[in-house]
Design a protein around this ligand. Structure first.
Ligand code: HEC
Ligand code: HEC
Length: 613
């Protein structure tokens, strides 16, 4: 007599997901060749690597690696500051005090004797917080003419952005390009930033900037402490320099994800109040055959015009000629939900994204500063209803959110999977919280979306090298309780041991079968392909010695049930066991046996408690 029902597992094999999830913050762009992917990985190692003084770090520097500042995630933004200084006369003329080591302060030194300080002559200082290098290769690939056209044809009478034309260090004889990186749009290419930052932030002279900075301009101090010959960065065995390797990493960094990809009411409001006059949503990268296919002719959504704008009294007052002390480049907003602090000097810090945007000293208030080009849009924003303001914040909160990341912690983990299960259904709109799961944006959170989730889910509880959701959908593990978690990682019935010399193994995992509506997976593995399977179920755990070494457990005193099955091509067998059953809790002993062609092989025995409910 069977006291619990046995039914076959429905093993559904996941069809190849047609939709592709966006890369997470800090991941490489999709579509790299294996060689390019290897260059990304190698460059990431160098981006993280502490450059040693013996290699040329210093004598003055700000930090020891790129990632000591660009750390959220690696390659992204950070909360570290650098200091700029200069002298401003009463007539508004700015002197960067280059002869005294300006305008960038190097705050550290290899020895206190050559430590740089803010010179007494400086009467203007400004902090600059670390911006993000995510999506750099894509931004670099925006054609100059596209950016410059918005200077010639501004989108509204309120704004008058200017393109900052600069000469890349690697092409000193030109042509000039439109700068787009740095708070003053002072750099146009990734390689230039690598050479510039290697020398200015780490103190590593290189082929683009082949000398070290003199501490506060003091050449004698530099000579005394700079013991490594310039340029300090040189070729590796592949002929690549440090600055080339970190350039590979940055160029291949994917754009931050945006979820939902489109359709939020808040974006329409953002555009309507004029934010998008500067924070321009979308570009198509150049269709230039010289570019890697992964970067070429791609639609990207950075939400910036890459022009510099007068931000009035909220500016930094550091001139970067021809960019004035009042002008700052519109920062990209992709990834903004994960950025804290905000603003060029990081003055908007802490709290929630909502408080950073709406707070009394927050982003909107700063855009409304006296003399700011963004004041009309800030005023229009302030006239919105509280509900509409919330919608704009909800839109900003979509910038940097990965698909399926319900709790927004940038990890695709069990909490997100559980939320997926309870939020399946529809119809939903882009404004529904469920939209983070609706990767194909068809209005429904369903199995199709789940197959895409299975390509990016990050938990691997059984450590088999495949994420658990893919395991479940592929049927490589049992999931009798249908919670999308491999049963083998959940409650397992205790094994009594007694296994034979062979590899046949028996397990029953999933729910505790003494609870209501419980299900578990009865699994035999390690048998011969398509071999016979005998399952014995008894009531006592007294071992009965049947060979010199093997004990058959359920036969003592008498097997309650013996059933015959066939193993599959992987030598495996699986059944769903239903718990509960209305009877008092009772313990059954299970054991399996197979015939390997030459011998019988007994599995371990299990003591299975069922009943109760
Ligand atoms: C001490 C902290 C610090 C270190 C170390 C540092 N950076 Fe930066 N990074 C910054 C700051 C601050 C800015 C903004 C500079 C500015 O515009 O004044 C910046 C800007 C950038 C940008 C421009 C991003 C954009 O879109 O505006 C890139 C690219 C970059 N850094 C790359 C690097 C690389 C590569 C290294 C290592 C060689 C490096 N950084 C080391 C702080 C740092
Ligand atoms: C005139 C151009 C312009 C307009 C219009 C504009 N912004 Fe900005 N925005 C900027 C500039 C420039 C900065 C950087 C200023 C600074 O850091 O000193 C900025 C910074 C930001 C930041 C902080 C980004 C960071 O990384 O620190 C957010 C968020 C933002 N803007 C949102 C908005 C919203 C929302 C609106 C509409 C109400 C808006 N902006 C309208 C130019 C503009």
């Amino acid at each position: 007599m069977r006291t619990f029902a046995i039914g076959f597992v429905l093993a559904s094999s996941a069809s190849l997901a047609a939709q592709v999830a966006q890369p997470k913050m800090g991941a490489p762009v999709a579509g790299l060749t294996p060689t390019q992917r290897a260059r990304f990985d190698a460059g990431r190692v160098d981006f993280l690597r502490v450059v040693q003084p013996a290699e040329g770090r210093g004598p003055i520097f700000n930090q020891t690696s790129c990632a000591s500042c660009h750390n959220n995630p690696v390659g992204g933004a950070g909360s570290q500051f650098v200091t700029r200084f200069g002298f401003t006369d009463g007539k508004g003329n700015f002197d960067p005090l280059a002869a005294l080591g300006g305008s960038l302060l190097q705050a550290q030194a290899i020895n206190v004797a050559c430590q740089e300080v803010i010179p007494a002559a400086a009467n203007t200082t400004a902090l600059r917080v670390t911006p993000s290098a995510l999506g750099m290769g894509l931004v670099e690939a925006i054609p100059d003419a596209v950016i410059a056209a918005r200077e010639t044809n501004p989108p509204s009478a309120n704004v008058s952005g200017r393109a900052h034309w600069v000469t890349p260090l690697e092409t000193p004889s030109g042509p000039q390009r439109v700068g787009r990186f740095g708070w003053k749009a002072q750099v146009a290419t990734t390689l230039t930033f690598s050479g510039d930052a290697a020398q200015n932030e780490i103190g590593l002279s290189n082929r683009l900037v082949p000398f070290d900075n003199a501490p506060n301009g003091n050449a004698a101090l530099l000579a005394a402490w700079d013991t490594v010959a310039d340029p300090e960065d040189g070729p590796d065995v592949n002929g690549q320099h440090y600055i080339d390797r970190i350039t590979d990493f940055q160029r291949y960094l994917a754009a931050p994800p945006q979820t939902p990809k489109s359709g939020l009411d808040g974006e329409a409001i953002f555009t309507a109040v004029g934010c998008a006059d500067c924070h321009v949503a979308a570009y198509t990268t150049a269709n230039d055959p010289a570019l890697e296919p992964a970067l070429r002719n791609k639609v990207i959504k950075p939400y910036s015009d890459f022009l510099v704008h007068d931000m009035g009294t909220a500016a930094d007052f550091i001139e970067h000629a021809p960019v004035t002390g009042n002008e700052l480049r519109t920062p990209s907003l992709w990834g903004v939900r994960n950025r804290d602090p905000l603003w060029h000097d990081g003055r908007v810090v802490g709290g929630t994204l909502q408080s950073r945007i709406l707070g009394s000293n927050g982003i909107i208030a700063l855009h409304g500063a006296f003399g700011s080009e963004a004041a009309p849009s800030a005023n229009a924003f302030n006239a919105l209803s509280a509900g509409d303001k919330q919608k704009v914040v909800a839109f900003l909160d979509s910038l940097g959110r990965a698909e399926f990341d319900w709790d927004g912690n940038n990890a695709l983990d069990l909490a997100d999977l559980n939320a997926f299960r309870v939020n399946m259904g529809g119809p939903f709109t882009a404004n529904s919280p469920q939209a983070v799961f609706d990767v194909n944006q068809d209005g429904y959170v369903n199995y199709t979306d789940l197959t895409v989730f299975a390509t990016v889910y990050e938990v691997d509880c059984n450590n088999n090298g495949t994420n658990d959701l893919a395991d479940v959908l592929n049927g490589t593990v049992g999931d009798a309780n249908a919670d999308l978690v491999p049963d083998e990682c959940q409650f397992c019935q205790p094994s009594l041991g007694f296994g034979g010399a062979g590899s046949l193994a028996l397990s029953m995992c999933g729910d505790d079968l003494t609870t209501a509506n419980s299900r578990g997976t009865f699994q035999v593995s390690g048998g011969p392909a398509n071999g016979p399977l005998l399952v014995a179920i008894g009531v006592s755990a007294n071992p009965y010695l049947i060979t010199a070494t093997e004990y058959l457990v359920p036969l003592e005193p008498l097997a309650a049930l013996v059933d015959y099955f066939v193993l599959d091509a992987n030598g495996r067998f699986r059944l769903t066991i239903q718990g509960g059953g209305g009877l008092p809790v009772h313990t059954w002993v299970f054991q399996a046996a197979t015939f390997t062609g030459t011998a019988f092989d007994l599995s371990n025995a299990l003591a299975v408690s069922v009943g109760g409910f």
